[in-house]
Design a protein around this ligand. Structure first.
Ligand SMILES: [Zn+2]
Length: 476
């Protein structure tokens, strides 16, 4: 007679739990020659002694503050239940024994990227049609493309490529516009969920100043938003809806009011565009004559920080608008590539930082042409240098500031995301820069070279919320 002793922990271990619930079935099947089974159940207190923490060993670089990097050469990040336990230079520094140590050798380990403004429904137009300013560009190129997403087969092809490209460039959290179409928006959310990547996805709401194929009634918009909120609005969910009035010129007062009411009723965040282009700002002045400035027009409808809010661009935001953004904790999605491609201007990013306004970076595909947030960091730094040529008191961005903006500052919109401080969700990239590392570089120089001259081929492993994210499927 062979006896097997199984120590049951009353929680969390599915196999033990199965034994606990089904001892007879195990015994009867005589698994592995075991003819009998003796089971001991232990109290929950033993859970504290279980080894569930993993340690990831590599050259660790992240930011706590914008002004400098935290660097731990050949250090360890402890991760448990998807969150960072701590970072240390020795495995012995952790209170508990790790379940496993994963050693990435001489590679870099950095927080993953966050894209705070991008249009999934413009993915096909990435890198084309850069010969017009915003309002003409929307009417001639962008609206006709977005209209194609009434066809879910087309949406499936484009959106699966879009999610795949985000993965490729190490963007694990995204705030994205879809189009006005409910079904294809739902499909995009399912693709993010299937990939295991975090996203706030907005079904675009618009009822005026566009082509007929994209216009909807206020009732239709409200019903579609309600459906997505009912299906997806789990505050802990990786994929969530975000209320998305396209911008003031595309929305009637009734539409803006309905969007603001829904955002507050269901505590759903908001995203839109603000002060991007001088023609647009003049149009908003005409459409909303009672508003003192563009941001005030959103504010009147409860769309300016009443729930967490992202406003893209803010190139011409100043004075009262900046002050209201600061008070309401409105996050700027700074999109430097788009601002140049659409002949918009240079956003005053130093003024945002000096005024205590939160900033993240956006690729703004397809006004922007580059999906890589690393490259967007470079453009942001370069534009801040051009800005500095005209406004000498506005110092240009340092590398650590750009990195902090792209990771920790942007990530704050999704919770505790974008750093390796204790309690942060483990969103991370393992960077294999061996092909770039031939010059006796310091660790921060290696990071700088990856950002400036590296690309997606140097990203070896991606994590979102502690899970390693495999390559998503491209669908046809
Ligand atoms: Zn945009």
């Amino acid at each position: 007679m062979v006896y097997k002793l199984v120590l049951i922990d009353a929680c969390f271990d599915p196999l033990s739990y199965y034994f606990f619930l089904n001892p007879h079935s195990i015994v009867n099947k005589k698994i592995h020659g075991i003819k009998n089974l003796v089971i001991f159940a232990t109290s929950n207190s033993s859970y504290n002694h279980r080894q569930t923490m993993k340690l990831y060993k590599a050259n660790i670089i992240f930011t706590r503050e914008k002004d400098h990097f935290e660097v731990v050469e050949h250090g360890y990040v402890g991760v448990e239940n998807g969150r960072v336990v701590d970072v240390a230079s020795s495995a012995d520094a952790f209170d508990q024994q790790p379940e496993e140590i994963i050693d990435y050798g001489d590679r870099l380990l950095i927080p993953a990227m966050n894209d705070m403004h991008v249009h999934a429904g413009q993915y096909r137009n990435q890198g084309i049609s850069m010969d017009m300013e915003l309002l003409e560009w929307l009417n001639n190129y962008t609206f006709p493309e977005e209209a194609k997403f009434s066809d879910t087969r087309y949406a499936r092809r484009m959106y699966s490529r879009f999610v795949h490209d985000l993965w490729r460039f190490g963007t694990m959290r995204t705030a994205t516009f879809a189009t006005t179409h409910l079904e294809s928006t739902r499909l995009l959310m399912e693709l993010f969920r299937e990939a295991g990547m975090g996203a706030m996805v907005g079904k675009v709401n618009m009822d005026c100043n566009s082509i007929d194929a994209l216009l909807e009634s206020v009732d239709e918009a409200v019903a579609a938003n309600e459906a997505l909120i009912a299906e997806w609005n789990d505050p802990d969910g990786l994929v969530r809806p975000i209320i998305t009035p396209r911008f003031i010129p595309s929305c009637s007062s009734a539409m803006l009011r309905a969007c603001g009411e829904q955002a507050q009723k269901y505590q759903v965040p908001v995203q839109s565009h603000l002060s991007e282009n001088l023609g647009e700002i003049a149009l908003v002045r005409e459409l909303e004559p009672e508003s003192r400035f563009y941001g005030d027009a959103y504010d009147r409808y409860g769309l300016f920080g009443q729930t967490p809010t992202i406003m893209a661009h803010c190139v011409f935001s100043e004075g009262e608008e900046l002050e209201l953004m600061r008070r309401r904790n409105v996050m700027v999605a700074h999109c430097p590539t788009s601002n140049i491609n659409l002949i918009t201007g240079i956003a005053p990013i130093r003024s945002f930082l000096d005024n205590g306004i939160k900033v993240g970076l956006g690729s703004d595909i397809s006004g922007g042409h580059d999906m890589s947030i690393m490259r967007v960091m470079v453009y942001a730094i370069q534009q801040s240098k051009l800005y500095n040529q005209k406004y000498r008191d506005k110092h240009f961005l340092s590398l650590s500031e750009a990195f902090w903006i792209a990771t920790k500052s942007a990530g704050s919109f999704f919770g505790r995301v974008g750093s390796f401080e204790p309690g942060y969700e483990f969103d991370a990239l393992v960077i294999d820069d061996s092909s770039l590392n031939y010059g006796n570089y310091t660790l921060t120089q290696r990071l700088e070279r990856f950002i400036y001259v590296g690309d997606d081929r140097h990203i070896a492993v991606r994590f979102c919320r502690g899970q390693e994210i495999p390559e998503p499927r491209i669908l046809d």
